[in-house]
Design a protein around this ligand. Structure first.
Ligand code: 8ID
Ligand code: ZN
Ligand code: ZN
Length: 371
């Protein structure tokens, strides 16, 4: 049971920082998965509980989704350095158990979510216009800021996601990155009800939610992925057509035929440069290709002649802002999208990464931080 707010100084460090409100039950150490170098051992062990800064809340993370981004971060796939050592994870759902002295709008016991965008400067032109994820000073959970693969994590109180009371924390966790990201990407595609949207990578963590958000937004969904079990999942989630990239002899022709001239929008959530490039060919004239998946070193090539004559658009989409987060959570809370999850213990994270690397995951794995 949650106890009422009380001010307690737990260690000399916390005393030095000043008035931090915490629950009496917050321990000094906790279990987490930490690595010391990219691609190095993923160690499940006792680590210190972080101390919230004046602007931060301290969250007792109950569950965290495992995003392919966490695998990229561990491997060091991207041209952006991670913090080291690092605790990964950015789909953390839990309970507020402490907060710094400047925090407003949160109470001990509230449900809160840790997102990829842990915090941003909130004063630059991009932040001012709601493009907080594009802020040059963005602080990233599980990348530049220790994330949700631990029992207690800190998050900027302004950016942390508010999760309604009574929400299932295991199921809501993938919404905090995968859900927000695909919802925003779908909005960026400028579609209208009845339009076709292709989801490339449709049975993975982002894809399985993209299929459902697209359906809930009134679009016709064509899912692309590999294997019969992935096709079955896509159909169960509301996909009208499934194209199996391991079987199709001519993806471009098959997709254009199934959608009577090509999808009006494509959401690329696969981790495949080839699949991303193909989308510039099968998209419908005047349609929009949205780039979301981030395979290491990938480059998109679009033939200039057809790009111009078909007048297609190619745009990147990067997580979502606070409004996108609130809206994406609303869809979930109102039952418009479901989380296709498999729950395992946090200590099993390395085996989840192995399955993910092999492309064997259907939907999303979620780790239970108590195991
Ligand atoms: O804000 C962003 N842009 C953002 C946010 C979150 C995640 C970007 N991402 C990125 C991740 O870093 C990763 O690169 O999106 C990508 C997908 O993340 P995920 O959904 O968490 O990955 P997954 O669960 O492994 O799913 C990938 C799916 O792609 C399929 C796989 O079978 C799997 O189902 N796939 C592959 I790999 N090759 C394919 C191909 N050629 C393919 N599907 C269709 N065609
Ligand atoms: Zn993610
Ligand atoms: Zn900023």
């Amino acid at each position: 049971m949650l106890r009422l707010t009380q001010t307690k100084t737990i260690s000399p460090l916390r005393a030095a920082i000043g008035s931090i409100r915490t629950m009496a039950s917050v321990p000094e150490t906790q279990k987490g998965v930490i690595f010391y170098e990219n691609g190095g051992k993923l160690e499940y062990k006792d680590i210190p509980v972080p101390v919230p800064k004046p602007n931060e809340i301290l969250i007792n993370v109950k569950y965290s989704g495992v995003c392919h981004t966490d695998l990229h971060a561990w491997k060091g796939d991207w041209p952006l350095a991670t913090k080291l050592p690092l605790v990964g994870g950015h789909e953390g759902a839990g309970v507020v158990v402490g907060m710094g002295s400047n925090v407003k709008g949160w109470k001990i016991g509230d449900l809160a979510g840790i997102k990829w965008l842990n915090g941003s400067c909130m004063s630059c032109e991009l932040c001012e216009q709601g493009f907080e994820s594009n802020c040059a000073h963005a602080d990233l959970s599980g990348y530049t800021h220790d994330g949700s693969f631990q029992q207690y994590a800190t998050a900027d109180a302004v950016q942390a996601a508010q999760i309604p009371k009574g929400t299932d924390l295991a199921e809501v966790s993938p919404i905090l990155c995968a859900g927000v990201t695909v919802y925003k990407a779908l909005k960026s595609a400028n579609l209208k009800a009845g339009d076709w949207v292709a989801i490339s990578g449709a049975a993975g963590g982002l894809g399985s939610l993209a299929v459902q958000y697209a359906k809930a937004m009134g679009y016709r969904v064509l899912g692309i992925d590999g294997g019969a079990d992935k096709g079955k999942l896509v159909k169960e989630l509301g996909g009208e057509v499934f194209i199996d990239f391991t079987k199709s002899k001519d993806m471009v022709a098959d997709i254009q035929e199934a959608t009577n001239g090509g999808p009006h929008g494509v959401i690329n959530v696969s981790v495949s440069e080839g699949a991303i490039n193909a989308s510039t060919q099968y998209v419908r004239p005047t349609g929009t290709v949205v780039l979301v998946g981030l395979p290491a070193g990938a480059v998109i090539k679009s033939e200039v002649f057809s790009h111009v004559v078909k007048s297609i658009n190619i745009k990147g989409s990067y997580v979502g802002n606070r409004a996108d987060t609130r809206e994406a959570i609303d869809f979930f809370v109102n039952g418009k999208v479901k989380s296709p999850i498999h729950v395992v213990g946090l200590s099993e994270l390395p085996s989840v990464y192995e399955l993910m690397e092999q492309g064997k995951i259907l939907g999303r794995y979620v780790v239970d931080t108590s195991k």
